[in-house]
Design a protein around this ligand. Sequence first.
Ligand SMILES: Nc1ncnc2c1ncn2[C@@H]1O[C@H](COP(=O)(O)OP(=O)(O)O)[C@@H](O)[C@H]1O
Ligand SMILES: [Mg+2]
Length: 294
Amino acid sequence: MGSVTDQVKTFPHLAILYDQIRWEEKALYEAAKRRDFDPINIDCKSLVLGLNESEIQYQHYKIIQRCVSYFKNIHSTAALEGLGALVFNPLSTNSICGNKLFTHMILRKAGVRTPKAYAAFSESSAINALDQLGYPAIIKPTVGSWGRLIAVLADKEAAKGVLEHREHMFPLYQVYYLEEFVERPPRDIRAIVVGEQVIAAIYRYSGNGEWKTNMALGGRAENCPITNELEDICLDASRVVNGKIVGVDLMESKNDGLVVHEVNNTTEFKNTVKVTDIDIPGKIVEFVHEAGKH
Ligand SMILES: Nc1ncnc2c1ncn2[C@@H]1O[C@H](COP(=O)(O)OP(=O)(O)O)[C@@H](O)[C@H]1O
Ligand SMILES: [Mg+2]
């Protein structure tokens, strides 16, 4: 392998930056190749970036940021964007969307409906927050995905048990982000937004005995019609986080209508393609190819 500079110089205009290769990364690569966009794959783990290098080398590169790891994602985005590359999504999006509390605050400020939530920073204040929020409630890591470490707190005893475990975990887990358990049908909605368009949406029904609807936990997907209401709230959510390619997760709250509980900045879309038959990877690479030209 040549020097870092040589490596960088050989970057084509469209790169897919990943830390894991999933169906989505392969599909993006294939879609770009079919359109002669001359894509390359870059494994974030093999990337060496000279942070003082000239911006000229990077200015013409468009990078689809697909790193799953929040930390690899935001730091590689910051470095590449800082060096002059166009990164999709940009740092402003990735640093907000990777954190559920940050996302909640920015959505709320812009008037996008979200589940009611509390933040607390010690076991005892988390119990106080839960007294105000009421049970059952949900505890989520501020940074995480695939439903991992998200738990229902049925009552105070269950809460004490979970919070005690949290006290022995990495400091991130002593940031207590607590949400009301939204009364909803046994499904949520995942909508894919590319640029200024909601291109596809699915209902995600929870799998056997599971209350979370994540596909990674065995959820089942079905096509979801894109109503005007759904379109408006998804576009608002995406704009608020400066999103370019995002997956907006929503619930149909019995009390509050559509509420946004997450905006995914490296969204998965395998099942959305399967049930809607919409060429999501094609639309993404075309959007990236066109971006910055006008
Ligand atoms: N406040 C809530 N009330 C009811 N169900 C929820 C709530 N928050 C999340 N869920 C369920 O849990 C799943 C995972 O939550 P989410 O916030 O999207 O985290 P992740 O990043 O792990 O996907 C959601 O898709 C939804 O099915
Ligand atoms: Mg989610």
